[in-house]
Design a protein around this ligand. Structure first.
Ligand code: HEC
Length: 169
């Protein structure tokens, strides 16, 4: 019986001694090489793949808009391009046929404007450009989402409504 007790105590002492040794001598996490991924500089994405620079093209003010003229020619090709951009940025709310019943737009109150009637009521292309970015019912983020290079094509497409030309492949 006594021997077992001594063996037990010896065992406990050995384990304790091992712990103390490891605690004092290491290995220590802080001296091991570690990778601080949060310190590394992120490589920049290729230009125009995320809308970083787009924030530099705010929507024109009402006064600026009247002086603007459409920067792209009124050609079928440009209207088709406008349709492609419409599908990117507007279709979710304004719908396939621009009537205002897009998959997201359906849940809006007020519903998105029927662009087939709202657009002809907007006199100048500059004002249309401004309203399609910052008009009533629009999210303030829209001018950051639609890059300046795509905007006039959208205007061309909207002016040609209700011709809903399909996206070329
Ligand atoms: C988040 C949903 C949403 C998106 C995305 C959206 N619109 Fe709208 N839009 C609306 C709503 C809602 C209205 C109507 C508000 C009202 O009539 O009170 C509206 C109104 C309009 C009007 C009429 C503005 C006026 O003053 O008469 C135009 C033009 C327009 N949108 C164009 C666009 C174009 C072009 C795009 C894509 C670049 C776009 N919208 C994207 C929701 C959206």
């Amino acid at each position: 019986m006594k021997t077992i007790l001594w063996l037990f105590l010896a065992g406990i002492s050995a384990v304790t001694a091992l712990f103390i040794y490891i605690f004092a001598a290491g290995p220590h996490l802080r001296v091991q090489p570690n990778i601080r991924s949060f310190d590394a500089a992120m490589p920049l994405p290729p230009p125009d793949s995320v809308p970083l620079e787009r924030t530099r093209a705010p929507a024109p003010s009402a006064a600026e808009a009247t002086a603007l003229t459409n920067a792209v020619a009124d050609t079928p090709e440009n209207r088709r391009r406008g349709r492609v951009y419409y599908e990117y940025y507007c279709l979710a709310c304004h719908g396939e046929a621009a009537g205002g019943a897009g998959p997201v737009g359906r849940s809006y109150v007020p519903a998105p404007a029927d662009l087939r009637t709202a657009v002809p009521a907007i006199p100048t292309d500059g004002d249309l450009l401004r309203r399609m970015l910052t008009g009533v019912g629009h999210e303030p983020a829209l001018p950051n989402i639609v890059p300046a290079a795509h905007r006039w094509y959208l205007v061309r497409y909207l002016r040609a409504l209700p011709v809903a030309e399909r996206t070329p492949p």
